[in-house]
Structures are given as C-alpha cells and as structure tokens.
Design a protein around this ligand. Sequence first.
Ligand code: UN1
Length: 499
Amino acid sequence: MNALDSLKSVGFDLANLRDGTVVSRSPIDGAVLGYLVANDRAGYDQTVDQAVAAFQQWRRVPAPRRGELVRLFGEAVRRHKPALAELITLEVGKITSEAAGEVQEVIDICDFAVGLSRQLYGLTIASERPGHHMQERWHPLGPVGIITAFNFPMAVWSWNAALALICGNSVLWKPSEKTPMTARALAALLDDVIRTFPEAPAQLSSVLQGGREVGEWLATDARLPLVSATGSTRMGRDVAVKVAGRFGRSLLELGGNNAMIVAPTAHEDLAVRAITFAAAGTAGQRCTTARRLYIHSSRYETIVARLKRAYATLPVGDPRAAGTLVGPLIDVAAFDGMQAALEGARRAGGHVHGGERVDIAGLAGHYVRPALVELPAPCEISDRETFAPILYIFRYDRIEDAINGNNAVMQGLSSSLITRDLMESELFLSAEGSDCGIANINIGPSGAEIGGAFGGEKETGGGRESGSDAWKAYMRRQTQTVNYSGTLPLAQGVKFDVE
Ligand code: UN1
C-alpha cells in the first residue's frame, strides 16, 4: 500500500484531482501529480465573507476549547505523518528524513498552541487614580491571510494557523503555486477535524489556490486585519506596502542570507557537519540555509579541504532513496538562477568547486552538486540570496571583522558562530554582535525549533512567527480602565468640575 492512501479517509486522493489550471509537478522527475481549480475573484470574495462570519462565531468559543480543536488536528497529523511526509517529498523533493522533520514541526507547533490556549495572559496595571484598576486584554483579531512559500509547504502555514486558531481567528491560506497538493492534503485533515467539532464553523479554515493575483487580493482586502507572508523580499515588499496602505498589519518572513563564522577554537568535526547540513541540506532551499562562511585564517585551509571532500561525496539523487542527502532543486528556474550566480561569482574572482548538474538515471529533475565558492571579498552576488546550494567562503583575522561581515548584508534572518571561546560567543550574542533575528553558537543557522520566535530583521521583514510570544501578532490588545470609586478623579491631576 502506498503511504498516501491513508489520506483517502479524509477525502484526499491524487487520482481524483485531475481538473483545474493549478498544476502540481514533482521536482523529482517532472511528473504531474495532479491539478486543482484556481479561485476566481467571485469565489475569493465569497470565501472571505464566510471567513469573516466564521471568525465572529469562533471568537466566542473559550480559548482552551479552541486549543482542543488544534490538539485534535495535531493528533490527526501524527496519524498521517508518513503520508504527509511522502507528499512533501513528491511535491518539493525533500529527502524522507527532512520531509518527516517538517511534518514533525507541524505536530510540535500544535502541541505548543494547545498549551498556549490556556496562557493568553494579559497584564494588570496599577492605576494612578483611587478606586480604579487597569488591565490589558488580548482579543481575537479577525480572519488571517497566510501566504506561504514552496520550501516549507506545511510547517510555515501551521506556525501561523495553529496560533491564529487558538487566538480565536479564522484562517485563509494561499500556498505557493508550486505546492498546491501539500496544502490541499493538510487542509483536508483540518477540515475533517472541524467537521466533527461542535463549536467550529465550517469555514474556519480555507485554501485559496491560484497565482500572484490571490496574494494581491489578500494584501488589499480590508476584511483581513493581518496578512502573514513568507517568501522572497520582492514579494514581501509588495505585500507590506499594500497592507500598510490600508493600515492592516503584516507579518513578514522574507529572504535570508545567513552567515556562519568558524573561529580559531572551533571543533573541526562539528564545524564541518554543521556547515554541510546548513549549506547543502534541503538542497540549499531553506530561508535559513547557510550561504556565507567566514573562516579564521588559522583554520582556513584545513576546513576548506574537509568541506571539499565532504561535498564531493554528498549523495545527490532521488530523495525517496535511502542514503540520499541532497534531492532536486524545485524547478528549472532555480537551476538557471544557481548557474547564473556561479557565473557571476567566477567573474568576481571566485573559485568555484562543484555546482554542476548531476544526471540521475531515469529522473528528469534538476539535480546539482552543491557548490563551494572561495571569494576574495564579498560582492554583489554574495550579498544577495540565491535559493540554491551555494556557499560563499571568506577568510578573516579578527572576530570583529567577521561579525561586521555577518551584518553587512540587507537580510537579517539567521547567523551562527562555531567557537569554544566564551569571549567570542558572548560578543557575537551581545548588542554589538549579530544583527539577525536568530543567532546560534555551535550549531548552523538552520533547523530552528518551534519554541523560539522565528524571523529576522532588515529585509527579512521584522516579523516573528511560531514560539515565544509570537501569538500576540494574531490578537488585538485592549487597555481597559475600570472605576469602582463612585467619584471621578481625573488622571494627571486634571480638574474639570461641573455643577
Ligand atoms: C523556511 O525556510 O522558510 O529553521 C523555514 C529552519 C526550519 C524552518 C525554515 N525550522 O530551518
């Protein structure tokens, strides 16, 4: 039996998904997995109206009950983990272990959200007026638009949706055009839970399939107080401006150009493993992928030699096969973008190792050997994010210079330092250190756990999703003052006596 068959119980069957203009293609071999119908404007408007009505009903349900819905959804995801992981592998080309890891991330955020549903704490505040008290309360916000990218086609939606749902909101999901099926399957699981949950309105969650225009409808739609968008900086800029134009809120998780620093005291084996996973894992298609590497002069030759050896033998191929560590790029555009970046790096004086196409017998996907590029200095090419496995390598002598290099790009998502020197690690984590949303010591920049707030500064967009107090973005804050004194003393000592 095919692992995907388990999803037939919730009505998801690729064999029945043959109509529509949204096509799902596997990067493994280019095969068409199925077709889905795109939303037209009228269908979109109706869906949002229903999401508004669903919100008005859902916000009245006590938060711990809302948590119960998310708990049941997390249980369903647990039961169908192999099927969901297989679908990610088919539609995105992730190796089996990473696809399962992504589904685990969905389960983890559900667990987190369930606990949080009993902890949406507000403050009590001391009032300066006698016989008054003040408090801060968090209320549900409204329908939340969620735009996701192809590379984490389930996890990123779940970070947003699990929190939005326990916060009392309805959710509308516009998945990447490259991953419509994973969205369809995960949403089918949630719908199945919603159907049997007495207090949950049917339209609590919906998926809006289609292209760029759907993202624009969401961004300009005043019925949506919050739009959370993950993807390229170009897309995010567009969404941010449109949402701000109507005084909506946006939560952005955009490009990364993450650096790693290998210090004189670095543990060598740990460094090589951390770099290789962070730079070549997921075929370099994480927003947290390590793209720039600063190695201390005293370690440069040894570490580069070991990386070259590790890279030369990385098993590239069918992501379904046991032992494969690097699957295909998502599509031909990603392959062309990678080749163009390598060409640009050569022109800037870079020394390129690897990066060539790898032919995998019988598979028409775009497979590449991850590339190492030794560069004399940062250049326009290394300053930008190319969504492919390319690691630009620089040499440094002073830790301050490596930290400056880490910070000298427009993106600010993640960063890491491999060191056993306490002074260096504390400097890196201090106010004068890394300027990114995520700063790690002795691990690479990728593979974050859901418990921390996830996101970054500068062109990464400033949003925080997932753990910590990221839930506050999905609620509205109300400051409340209650007077139980029977008189009316005014704040700031103001006198305003009326006869
Ligand atoms: C992304 O690439 O958009 O930290 C998300 C990580 C994963 C999430 C990446 N937990 O690498």
